[in-house]
Ligand binder design. Structure first.
Ligand code: ADP
Ligand code: ZN
Length: 721
């Protein structure tokens, strides 16, 4: 090859052609450094015949590549996956390709990295900043930049501390191998059902070839142990396994179980790894040294050397859908990757997405069922509490029947879990004198009061202010009244009713690090917690045998708002949280508080009739032309300038295509009309399944030009608009 076409990581530029200097060996997939104007940029050599763009200029006139990085080229299946993802989600190829090279991991390579840690020297006198750093960096070891970020001080402060002997450098070997998994470390005896499922997965791993499985097993049925057998099979064959989890918060729990089964932890990949971990993991993934990789969405695009199996656990989870940048659904892309790689993929869930159920019914996915809980535990009994009849007292949210059951569990020394999917103390805070409401300056959202941290916070952009002493409008002191409950307020109510109960509040605010998760799990397992009050973070993954009561504080919360998948999500959340009850020897009970006992979702939950829920949901979606029967897509136009956003949205709306199978709605202000300081308008497309929505959108938007401040994002199969 004397010339190549490159994807370079600058979304604004298309592919560019370069000359390959003599002596440099590159092929499609090679990662290279190329000159761009006065800069050097990272790029990937791509199959020239698959990319538009480039130039006719003879090779001798092109600028030469500067360097080929000493990493294996991205494989053909991975390049096809990247192309598919860019095409399907209407995203720039470069933005997708960038996920494959783990930001700077590929560029920086292996060898050693220098990190710093505290020396333990106790200085006699300290500046406040150094004291803060000493306090924050206890067991931390990272680069100066990462430590500075963690401690909230400048890098200069830390460099000063190195000079003063308070911090010392440590050399980290990035090429040291990961410990090998022991496939027989603690292999459990599987139940006959589990064994049957495990055998199917293992056979598929052994045979190779694309096979998509839907592992549909009730909560507590032992799905993890089943797919662990397939993991063991893959390891024995020297193939790599990718396990995708929806949230990093679940990882800690998973790690414990993995280590108990295989004797070593798996390799982690997610966005909050420090750079040395990222570089080490990336190299091990690429070389094949990493046997099992557990990761968040972004692990899906890594250049695995020998991928043999993909598992997507809690596959129904909304958080597999990425909502900015490349807007893709990791659950769906996982199946596509397995197809390109020619390997099996297992989607595991107790409450699969309707889309997955339909594909299984259509015979596209192979359905493998676990109908009973492992070890003979019964599914919990479910009772509906009608809040119109059984009303809580004023400014209280736990109705009398749930209070009675809570008392009963406390008397018996068993554990309870109260679920409310709202962080903070109250969703709305206002001044009792003038009615002033605290609103986020960057978003269409109220600020939420967090009493534990004494702050008002926006849950969309992270804006925070200390809770004020007086109303900013009328200056009345101590005027704030809370409207409605969040988990902190429910915890207060439990404390008020049962002063001696030990209560734990569990949200992303309190469980924000692996250490905190471990502490929480140990506290519950050790019986130090009697009542857990939590958001969706506690609805899945945890296995607490002494937990026998689950109370859903407000089952109607998720049904408000008219979101496309509101019914499905409510069903999944409540079924999942209900699944935490009675997993050990003692039977579990679930109380669902609602004002709409007759709503199909609630009725199906109460009757334990999952099939009727899926049938009703399918019917409703069929009528609405919603997925999986029709397609939705959204075009979101945003700008910091409201008029500019509106104009651009109008321009798009004004050139809408007139097609029989694609209906265009809008433009209208998006439900979050202001988000992170950007004004947003959206258009919704509702199309027949057969319509080529992506091509329609590309042709339509491709002919329009927008001012530089305007961003136009396309969301295929959106979850929320
Ligand atoms: P699910 O993910 O389906 O909700 P889990 O995989 O969490 O279920 O299993 C529930 C509990 O049963 C876990 O504590 C798990 O360790 C245990 N378990 C499942 N299968 C077995 C088995 N074959 N032998 C021993 N314990 C098992
Ligand atoms: Zn905000």
């Amino acid at each position: 090859m004397d010339r190549v076409r490159l994807i370079i990581f600058n979304a604004a530029l298309g592919p560019l052609d370069y000359r390959v200097p003599p002596g440099m060996a590159v092929e499609p997939g090679s990662v290279v450094i190329a000159p761009l104007g006065p800069r050097q940029v990272l790029g990937i050599v791509w199959d020239a015949d698959r990319l538009d763009g480039g130039t006719e200029v003879p090779a001798s006139k092109l600028r030469p590549l500067l360097k080929a990085l000493p990493v294996p080229p991205l494989s053909t299946p991975l390049r096809r996956l990247i192309e598919w993802t860019a095409d399907y989600y209407c995203a720039p190829l470069a933005a997708v390709a960038r996920m494959a090279i783990g930001s700077t991991a590929a560029l920086k390579g292996g060898g050693t990295a220098t990190e710093y840690r505290l020396t333990g020297v106790e200085p006699a006198r300290l500046t406040p900043q150094r004291a803060a750093a000493l306090d924050a960096l206890h067991d931390e070891q990272a680069t100066i930049r990462e430590l500075a970020e963690r401690a909230g001080v400048s890098e200069g402060v830390l460099r000063g501390m190195v000079g003063a002997g308070l911090l010392e450098p440590v050399l980290v070997d990035l090429d040291r191998p990961y410990p090998r998994a022991r496939i027989d470390f603690a292999a459990p005896d599987l139940s006959p059902d589990q064994q049957a499922a495990a055998d199917r997965f293992s056979t598929a791993v052994r045979d190779g070839g694309f096979q998509p499985f839907l592992l549909d097993g009730v909560t507590g049925s032992g799905k993890t142990e089943c797919y662990f057998e397939a993991v063991a099979t893959a390891i024995a064959l020297g193939r790599q396994v990718l396990v995708l989890l929806p949230e990093i918060a679940l990882t800690e729990n998973f790690l414990r179980r993995f280590e108990a089964r295989f004797g070593v932890p798996p390799v982690l990949w997610h966005s909050s790894l420090k750079s040395s971990e990222r570089r080490r993991a990336w190299r091990a993934i690429v070389s094949g040294d990493a046997q099992v990789i557990v990761g968040a969405r972004s692990a899906l695009f890594m250049p695995y050397a020998r991928l043999g199996l993909i598992v997507v656990d809690e596959a129904h989870e909304v958080s597999f859908k990425q909502d900015d940048g490349v807007r893709y659904n990791a659950r769906d892309v996982a199946v596509v990757r397995a197809k390109f790689e020619g390997i099996p993929v297992v989607l595991a869930s107790a409450t699969p997405a309707l889309e997955s159920m339909q594909l299984a019914e259509a015979g596209v996915y192979i359905k493998v069922e676990l109908a009973a809980r492992y070890g003979g535990a019964e599914l919990p009994a479910i009772r509906v509490v009608d809040l119109r009849k059984d009303q809580p007292e004023r400014q209280h949210w736990i109705a009398p029947p749930l209070v009675r059951e809570l008392r009963d569990r406390l008397d018996r020394g068993e554990q309870s879990l109260l679920f409310l999917n709202r962080r903070g103390y109250a969703p709305l805070t206002l001044c009792r004198t003038c009615g002033y409401r605290f609103q986020c300056p960057n978003c269409t959202a109220w600020l939420v009061e967090h009493r534990l941290s004494r702050r008002l916070a926006c849950h969309h952009c992270g804006h925070e202010v200390p809770t004020p002493e007086a109303c900013p409008e009328c200056a009345t002191p101590d005027c704030m009244v809370a409207c409605g409950p969040g988990v902190e307020r429910i915890a207060d109510e439990v404390a008020e009713r049962f002063p001696s109960a030990r209560v734990a509040v569990v949200t992303s605010d309190t469980l924000n690090s692996p250490g905190k998760v471990r502490e929480f799990v140990e506290a519950v397992e050790g019986g130090l917690v009697e009542v857990i009050v939590g958001t969706q973070l506690v609805t899945k993954g945890y296995h607490f045998p002494e937990l026998t009561l689950v109370g859903v504080i407000d089952a109607d919360l998720g049904l408000e708002g008219g979101d496309l998948r509101a019914g499905e999500r409510t069903y999944q959340q409540i079924a999942q949280v209900a699944g935490r009850a009675g997993r050990g020897e003692k039977p579990g009970e679930v109380l669902i508080q609602t004002r709409h006992p007759e709503a199909p979702v609630i009725a199906a939950l109460a009757a334990g009739d999952r099939d009727s829920f899926y049938a009703a949901e399918a019917e409703a979606r069929r009528e609405a032309g919603a997925p999986p029967f029709g397609r939705w897509a959204a075009i979101i136009v945003s700008s910091e300038d409201e008029a500019e956003a509106r104009e651009a949205a109008r321009a798009i709306g004004g050139t809408r295509p007139d097609l029989p199978d694609v209906l265009v709605l809008g433009p209208a202000p998006a439900p979050m009309a202001l988000l992170r300081g950007r004004y947003r308008y959206r258009l919704l497309l509702n199309a027949r399944r057969s319509a080529e929505v992506q091509r329609v959108i590309r042709d339509w938007l491709g002919q329009l030009r927008f001012p530089p401040g305007v961003r136009v994002a396309v969301d295929i199969d959106p979850y929320s608009f």
